[in-house]
Design a protein around this ligand. Structure first.
Ligand code: ADP
Length: 300
């Protein structure tokens, strides 16, 4: 039996891509797509030629996070053309292809695999320094296919995104074992939503009555701060949201002997950047999360 013609086609197609990075998570909603999007923006800002491929079939959020909602992809004689945010940042998402995004949720494995395979085979990226692949959450059959397809041309490694609490970390352990089993190097683990961090002046301050109603006393409180402790008004308030008393992702990484890349706090400005489809590093820079993301990306 000769080599699988699909794998040969994928290898040929991706031969012009220097580095392939897979972004994984054990659960949904931990910030995997947000990280993939911001990583792509950061690499593009460093003047690399970047492709972002979203194969999260059941929840393709990349078009929105890159400000490309409602865009169509075009086919040329070279293949499907990605949608470009900048000349050096191209995006391809299952979201661009689904007439009704609700459809794919009920697809079975083989149909999803078929689509992923088609994506890897038929998208024309041209020369790329980096291809960032935003995978679906978990370790399903799709993941085995993705890894198998990408390994046809060599894969640099995976970044695993998690939140700090144990219910999320349990699934990350499975993700780490999966990578080890299928031979994908782990570039590291990112702990996202590691506490909420934001300037004091961005909070609303509430007084709760005995009946549980909240009265907004922000103005009075900030006025008080400005007169009584003006040097404290620029403080950043921080609180843990998820329980990390068990040591969070850093401890898990030490135990499993994989690199820990760092923590990104929950930052309302980052959520806004994702909603508005923009980079957190430029423009309305996300004060608390951008430096954390930058230091993580520099470690890669
Ligand atoms: P996943 O890809 O893991 O399902 P998403 O990247 O779609 O998760 O993130 C889920 C939601 O959480 C999105 O609305 C996103 O904007 C928000 N989010 C992700 N990370 C952060 C963060 N550090 N601070 C604030 N909001 C975040």
């Amino acid at each position: 039996k000769g080599p699988d013609p699909d794998l040969v086609a994928i290898a040929e197609r991706l031969a012009t891509v220097k580095h392939k990075i897979l972004v994984l998570s054990g659960k949904g909603g931990v910030g995997k797509s947000t990280f993939s999007a911001q990583l792509s923006y950061a690499l593009a800002a460093m003047d690399f030629q970047v492709g972002l491929l979203d194969i999260d079939i059941c929840g393709p959020s990349i078009p929105k996070m890159l400000g490309l909602e409602g865009q169509d992809i075009h086919q040329s004689n070279l293949g499907w053309s990605p949608v470009y945010v900048e000349s050096n940042l191209g995006v391809m998402s299952i979201g661009f292809m689904l007439p009704d995004p609700d459809d794919a949720v009920i697809w079975r494995g083989p149909r999803k695999n078929g689509l992923i395979k088609q994506f890897l085979k038929d998208v024309y990226w041209g020369e790329l320094d980096f291809l960032v692949v935003d995978a679906p959450p978990g370790t399903s059959d799709e993941h085995i296919s993705i890894v198998q397809f990408l390994q046809a041309t060599g894969i640099d490694g995976a970044i695993i995104v998690t939140t700090p609490q144990q219910v999320s970390l349990i699934d990350v352990r499975k993700e780490v074992s999966f990578c080890k089993k299928v031979g994908v190097p782990i570039l590291g683990v990112v702990e996202n939503m590691s506490g909420l961090s934001q300037p004091l002046t961005d909070f609303r301050f509430m007084k709760m009555t005995e009946t549980g109603e909240h009265t907004d006393v922000t103005e009075a409180f900030l006025e008080f701060m400005k007169t009584e402790a003006p040097e404290r008004v620029d403080l950043i308030a921080f609180t843990e949201i998820f329980d990390s008393s068990a040591g969070g992702a850093a401890k898990m990484c030490r135990e499993m002997n994989v690199p820990f890349l760092g923590k990104v706090p929950m930052d309302p400005q980052l959520c806004k950047a994702a909603e508005e489809g923009r980079s957190c590093f430029t423009d309305k820079k996300c004060g608390v999360s951008a430096p954390a993301l930058k230091s993580i990306i520099e470690k890669l």
